[in-house]
Design a protein around this ligand. Sequence first.
Ligand SMILES: C[S@@+](CC[C@H](N)C(=O)[O-])C[C@H]1O[C@@H](n2cnc3c(N)ncnc32)[C@H](O)[C@@H]1O
Length: 252
Amino acid sequence: MEDYRPETYGDRIADLYDQMVVGLPDPADCVDRLAELAGPGPALELGIGTGRVALPLAARGVRVHGVDASAAMVERLRAKPGGGAIEVTLGDFAGVPVASVEGGYPLVYVVFNTFFSLLTQDDQVRCFAEVAGRLAPGGAFVVEAFVPDPTLHPGGQSVRTRHLGLDLVQFDVALHDPVAQRVDFQHVLLAGDGTRLLPGAIRYAWPAELDLMARMAGLRVRERWGGWRREPFGAASGLHVSVYEHAGAAAS
Ligand SMILES: C[S@@+](CC[C@H](N)C(=O)[O-])C[C@H]1O[C@@H](n2cnc3c(N)ncnc32)[C@H](O)[C@@H]1O
């Protein structure tokens, strides 16, 4: 998508984001797992957004830092109770633009497919390397992402109706490039008082490719679950929660 930038998704959706994610499962299980891995922290969230996960994690007593490219998303986070206490760096998380913390981060995490917001393999590889350089010895890098399903865009495109009401229609349109593993999309909202276009783009990767990026960064898979309740991961899993650690770390 021409002129699409790291901040585009967040800047366009910020005022609607919290409404649009109300249907997602409660993040309590996710927060439980992250809190176990973080200890007192600090934990670093890549693509922290409006704090859907960071705020309940901070409420558990974990010091949380974040990175996000969208000032509009971060403004929403800061307006919420507890949001002012979270240190957020504005920037592209491909380069993990945060100052080192003493001893390194015990936990860096990126949830809800947000890792795929990095639109090239180069940026994804770079991100793994930058994270590896900021992890504490024994620290964990947690990635939650969907397992790609190439059947979703037959013929390289798709249209999916999300809501059909008397006064509101919501649908998604997408173009898929299987060579670049890239999907460009628009969430379209049509209402009596106008149209909203909420653009997005992702570069997806299978777990095996993420593991290879991890290996190139000196990391390895410590655990992989099919969900935040430590569900087993297998061929039928639609998402994975992958916990990476330094390859030299003692087995835990
Ligand atoms: C789908 S939202 C997820 C927000 C939050 N993690 C959650 O789970 O609700 C993706 C977030 O990542 C941010 N983002 C996307 N690409 C980014 C990039 N390259 N660098 C920094 N932030 C980015 C967006 O601005 C947005 O806030």
